[in-house]
Ligand binder design. Sequence first.
Ligand code: F0G
Length: 480
Amino acid sequence: MSHDFPSYRGHMEYRCLGCGTRRPGDSLLYTCPDCGGVFLLENTDFAALKEHDGQYWRDLFDARLSTRTTALRGVFTYYDLLAPIFDEEDIVYLGEAHTPVVDASPALQARVGIPFAYKNDGQNPSASFKDRGMACAFSCLKWLCRSNSWDEVLTVCASTGDTSAAAALYAAYVGSPLKSVVLLPHGKVTPQQLAQPLGSGATVLELPGVFDDCMKVVEILAENYRVALLNSKNAWRILGQESFAYETAQWYGWDVSNLCLFVPVGNAGNITAIMNGFLKMLDLGIITSLPRIFGVQSEHADPVYRYYSAPAETRVWEPVTVRPSVAQAAMIGNPVSFPRVRELAERFIQTGGERAFQVVQVTEQQIMDAMIQANRHGHIVCTQGGETLAGLMNARALGLVGEGERAVLDSTAHQLKFSGFQNMYFSNTFPPEYGVRPDPSLANMPELVLPESEREGKSVAEFAKLGARAVADRLKLAGK
Ligand code: F0G
């Protein structure tokens, strides 16, 4: 064991959010066998961590940033807060997490009117935030395989494209006894996202319909067959995603008092993990107040927004039928983690007040315009990152975010995964159901400055002269 690997071990239990039953965490469980509810994982020995004060934890996590013990890098910088039951040999690290927080360019900031930054979770190994969760879920699988001597485990997930890319990558890295199968809604993931599990060697199965349909299928598989589910129903995955909260707090010197975080909401796993992370830090005195959390949803897939926009006493949970959305990775009408949102939002509001948790809605047009603008200002955001910027702008317009505040926007995946939507914007080819009308002044296309035939029959030197003249003419360059 490396000299700095902690000796503290906790005790993890699943707590059902439906009936409150607790079950040991050393098994693969996704929903409560008694009531069908979803779980949160809890360390029943969490109180032992309170033997140290907030300063101790802040100093420890700051010191860990320079460790060369790979099992304490990435999401496991915060080992003690996540899953302090794994041994060093169980931990899978592919370079995920500690993604950069990049201040918005001055010109973009001027448009929005308050300081804000993007946390670029697209700069993870599979180019989305899902790697945070997979690092934890696959460490758990390794731990379970080792403790139970399992000789074959089939991992499955339904996906809008990013969970599958991450699951396939981590399974390929760990290798035997894990084998990865991913289930995708046919034609509803981008070509780049589809290429990822194919490249990692996973079995890629497609079904007609949307993500919500595939999710129902894997739920039946997980209930009736020996498979390991890697969707956010798997509470171990959600746990790893808490690291986004820990990193954000750490980046701002553990002072999050004037921060507003904007998070795109699909299956609602990420936003719940982030809230849980902040609540744990508050409990341990690592932070002294909560930030504000804003969920953002497109009006084409907005069940969580609808729920919270109703007055508290009349709220009724109702899934929606989704319409095509450019925030395709979050295009989910029946989020499996909704019970987690309700529980954590309540705790957030109890502690931080009514303004601590809110959900804003954005249009497809606003998402696209915001993504294009962000990337024209030097950012690398995906459509969901466009969604969070649109969410901030709407929150500003509604007076929900004031002058003295600072926003952190979660760009959950890399720009390149969603370049098809950029192409549709630039070539004005959005199918009508998206309802997006591009601003033609922003269209950008490659220009061929010489026809193919001009290359033929010329030496490199001759062609270079011709090419240089053509480029100089096109740019109206002045000689020197
Ligand atoms: N942004 C991206 C890039 C996503 O891939 C997802 C979810 C979300 C936001 C929404 O996060 O589900 O935790 O609320 N993608 C899942 C998938 C559903 O299958 O890749 P959430």
